[in-house]
Design a protein. Sequence first.
Length: 163
Amino acid sequence: MGAVGFGLLEAAAGIGAILGTIVSIKVGSGKYRGALISGGAAIFGLCIALFAASEYMPFSMATLFAGGFAAGIYLNLGMVALQTEVPDRLRGRVMGIWSITWFLTSVGGFFAGIVAELIGIQLTVAIGSLSVTLFAITVYLLSKELRLLKPLEISTDRNNVRS
Protein backbone atom coordinates (compact mmCIF):
# COMPACT_ATOMS: atom_id res chain seq x y z
CA MET A 1 0.00 0.00 0.00
CA GLY A 2 2.72 2.48 0.94
CA ALA A 3 2.46 6.15 1.77
CA VAL A 4 0.20 7.01 -1.18
CA GLY A 5 -2.26 4.25 -0.30
CA PHE A 6 -2.31 5.32 3.33
CA GLY A 7 -2.89 8.92 2.25
CA LEU A 8 -5.81 7.84 0.06
CA LEU A 9 -7.38 5.92 2.94
CA GLU A 10 -6.98 8.88 5.30
CA ALA A 11 -8.35 11.27 2.66
CA ALA A 12 -11.42 9.08 2.13
CA ALA A 13 -12.16 9.10 5.87
CA GLY A 14 -11.54 12.83 6.11
CA ILE A 15 -13.76 13.73 3.17
CA GLY A 16 -16.50 11.53 4.63
CA ALA A 17 -16.15 13.27 8.00
CA ILE A 18 -16.40 16.73 6.43
CA LEU A 19 -19.52 15.73 4.49
CA GLY A 20 -21.01 14.08 7.60
CA THR A 21 -20.44 17.31 9.51
CA ILE A 22 -22.21 19.31 6.82
CA VAL A 23 -25.14 16.89 6.85
CA SER A 24 -25.31 17.05 10.65
CA ILE A 25 -25.77 20.81 10.38
CA LYS A 26 -28.77 20.26 8.10
CA VAL A 27 -30.52 17.39 9.90
CA GLY A 28 -29.12 17.52 13.42
CA SER A 29 -31.66 19.79 15.05
CA GLY A 30 -34.69 17.65 14.19
CA LYS A 31 -36.71 15.20 16.20
CA TYR A 32 -34.44 12.23 15.45
CA ARG A 33 -31.30 13.53 17.18
CA GLY A 34 -30.94 10.51 19.47
CA ALA A 35 -31.42 8.04 16.63
CA LEU A 36 -28.88 9.92 14.50
CA ILE A 37 -26.32 9.89 17.30
CA SER A 38 -26.71 6.18 18.05
CA GLY A 39 -27.26 5.21 14.44
CA GLY A 40 -24.18 7.13 13.35
CA ALA A 41 -22.06 5.38 15.98
CA ALA A 42 -23.48 1.98 15.06
CA ILE A 43 -22.88 2.53 11.34
CA PHE A 44 -19.37 3.79 12.08
CA GLY A 45 -18.58 0.52 13.86
CA LEU A 46 -19.98 -1.55 11.00
CA CYS A 47 -17.98 0.41 8.43
CA ILE A 48 -14.73 -0.08 10.33
CA ALA A 49 -15.46 -3.81 10.67
CA LEU A 50 -15.97 -4.00 6.90
CA PHE A 51 -12.72 -2.08 6.44
CA ALA A 52 -10.93 -4.60 8.66
CA ALA A 53 -12.16 -7.43 6.43
CA SER A 54 -11.28 -5.68 3.16
CA GLU A 55 -8.23 -6.36 1.04
CA TYR A 56 -9.45 -4.34 -1.96
CA MET A 57 -8.35 -0.70 -1.98
CA PRO A 58 -11.48 0.88 -3.54
CA PHE A 59 -13.74 -0.98 -1.09
CA SER A 60 -11.46 -0.01 1.81
CA MET A 61 -11.68 3.63 0.74
CA ALA A 62 -15.47 3.40 0.47
CA THR A 63 -15.81 1.90 3.95
CA LEU A 64 -13.56 4.58 5.46
CA PHE A 65 -15.48 7.30 3.61
CA ALA A 66 -18.76 5.93 5.00
CA GLY A 67 -17.23 5.52 8.46
CA GLY A 68 -15.95 9.11 8.38
CA PHE A 69 -19.39 10.30 7.26
CA ALA A 70 -21.11 8.44 10.11
CA ALA A 71 -18.53 9.70 12.62
CA GLY A 72 -19.02 13.27 11.41
CA ILE A 73 -22.70 12.93 12.21
CA TYR A 74 -22.59 11.18 15.57
CA LEU A 75 -19.63 13.07 17.02
CA ASN A 76 -21.00 16.49 16.13
CA LEU A 77 -24.56 15.74 17.20
CA GLY A 78 -23.30 14.14 20.41
CA MET A 79 -21.28 17.25 21.23
CA VAL A 80 -24.27 19.51 20.52
CA ALA A 81 -26.50 17.33 22.70
CA LEU A 82 -24.01 17.59 25.55
CA GLN A 83 -23.80 21.36 25.19
CA THR A 84 -27.57 21.88 25.03
CA GLU A 85 -28.90 19.20 27.40
CA VAL A 86 -26.48 19.43 30.33
CA PRO A 87 -27.38 22.08 32.94
CA ASP A 88 -25.08 25.10 32.95
CA ARG A 89 -23.75 24.31 36.44
CA LEU A 90 -22.57 20.84 35.33
CA ARG A 91 -21.39 21.54 31.80
CA GLY A 92 -17.71 22.05 32.68
CA ARG A 93 -17.54 18.76 34.56
CA VAL A 94 -19.34 16.85 31.83
CA MET A 95 -17.11 18.30 29.11
CA GLY A 96 -14.08 17.43 31.22
CA ILE A 97 -15.18 13.79 31.31
CA TRP A 98 -15.89 13.93 27.55
CA SER A 99 -12.35 15.16 26.90
CA ILE A 100 -10.88 12.41 29.06
CA THR A 101 -12.44 9.83 26.75
CA TRP A 102 -10.26 11.11 23.91
CA PHE A 103 -7.11 10.62 25.96
CA LEU A 104 -8.14 7.08 26.87
CA THR A 105 -7.84 5.96 23.24
CA SER A 106 -4.13 5.38 23.78
CA VAL A 107 -4.94 3.04 26.68
CA GLY A 108 -7.33 1.14 24.42
CA GLY A 109 -4.66 1.08 21.74
CA PHE A 110 -2.24 -0.52 24.17
CA PHE A 111 -4.64 -3.37 24.91
CA ALA A 112 -5.66 -3.65 21.24
CA GLY A 113 -1.97 -4.13 20.40
CA ILE A 114 -1.72 -7.01 22.85
CA VAL A 115 -4.88 -8.63 21.48
CA ALA A 116 -3.68 -8.09 17.89
CA GLU A 117 -0.52 -10.04 18.69
CA LEU A 118 -2.68 -12.94 19.84
CA ILE A 119 -5.47 -13.03 17.23
CA GLY A 120 -4.33 -10.72 14.42
CA ILE A 121 -4.84 -7.09 13.49
CA GLN A 122 -7.88 -7.47 11.25
CA LEU A 123 -9.86 -9.53 13.75
CA THR A 124 -8.91 -7.15 16.59
CA VAL A 125 -10.09 -4.12 14.62
CA ALA A 126 -13.32 -5.91 13.67
CA ILE A 127 -14.06 -6.93 17.25
CA GLY A 128 -13.31 -3.44 18.55
CA SER A 129 -15.44 -1.72 15.94
CA LEU A 130 -18.35 -4.11 16.37
CA SER A 131 -18.20 -3.44 20.11
CA VAL A 132 -18.83 0.23 19.23
CA THR A 133 -21.88 -0.85 17.22
CA LEU A 134 -23.18 -3.06 20.01
CA PHE A 135 -22.62 -0.34 22.61
CA ALA A 136 -24.40 2.30 20.49
CA ILE A 137 -27.43 0.06 19.97
CA THR A 138 -27.54 -0.95 23.64
CA VAL A 139 -27.35 2.62 24.89
CA TYR A 140 -30.07 3.69 22.48
CA LEU A 141 -32.37 0.89 23.58
CA LEU A 142 -31.73 1.44 27.29
CA SER A 143 -31.73 5.25 27.34
CA LYS A 144 -35.19 6.76 27.16
CA GLU A 145 -33.59 10.21 27.34
CA LEU A 146 -31.53 9.56 24.23
CA ARG A 147 -34.50 8.19 22.30
CA LEU A 148 -36.62 11.19 23.29
CA LEU A 149 -34.15 14.02 22.69
CA LYS A 150 -36.26 17.02 21.76
CA PRO A 151 -35.63 18.98 18.57
CA LEU A 152 -33.48 22.05 19.05
CA GLU A 153 -35.24 25.36 19.00
CA ILE A 154 -33.03 27.50 16.82
CA SER A 155 -33.30 31.20 17.58
CA THR A 156 -32.20 34.02 15.33
CA ASP A 157 -30.46 35.42 18.41
CA ARG A 158 -26.94 33.89 18.32
CA ASN A 159 -26.81 33.71 22.11
CA ASN A 160 -30.06 31.77 22.53
CA VAL A 161 -30.03 28.15 21.34
CA ARG A 162 -32.04 25.81 23.57
CA SER A 163 -33.69 22.42 23.39
